[in-house]
Design a protein around this ligand. Structure first.
Ligand SMILES: [Zn+2]
Length: 84
C-alpha cells in the first residue's frame, strides 16, 4: 500500500463506500477502515489518453484499536499498486 499527496492529484470521487482492512504499522493489528473509492487522473505520455487509477480515501480518522496510533485519515489516500 502506498500513501500519496492529496494536493497533487485530480481526484474524482464516486459514492462507492467500502471498507478496507489495514494493518497497523506499529503493532500489526488489522483494523477496518471505511473508505470512498475514487479515481485519480494520472498524466500520461500520450496526451489524448487519460489514465485513471482507482484509490481509496478514508472517510474518517481511524485509530488502531490495539495501540491507538492513527493508521488512516481522510487526506491520505490509499493506493494498491500492482507489481510489474
Ligand atoms: Zn496498532
Amino acid at each position: 500500500m502506498v500513501h500519496i499527496g492529496y494536493q497533487d492529484t485530480k481526484a474524482r470521487i464516486l459514492n462507492i463506500k467500502k471498507s478496507l482492512k489495514m494493518k497497523s504499522p506499529n503493532c500489526g493489528h488489522w483494523n477496518r477502515v471505511p473508505v470512498n473509492k475514487i479515481f485519480i487522473e494520472q498524466p500520461s505520455s500520450e496526451r489524448k489518453v487519460k489514465v485513471l487509477i482507482p484509490m481509496y480515501e478514508p472517510s474518517e480518522v481511524v485509530k488502531c484499536k490495539k495501540c491507538g496510533k492513527i493508521i488512516a485519515e481522510p487526506k491520505q489516500l490509499i493506493g494498491i499498486r500492482k507489481k510489474k
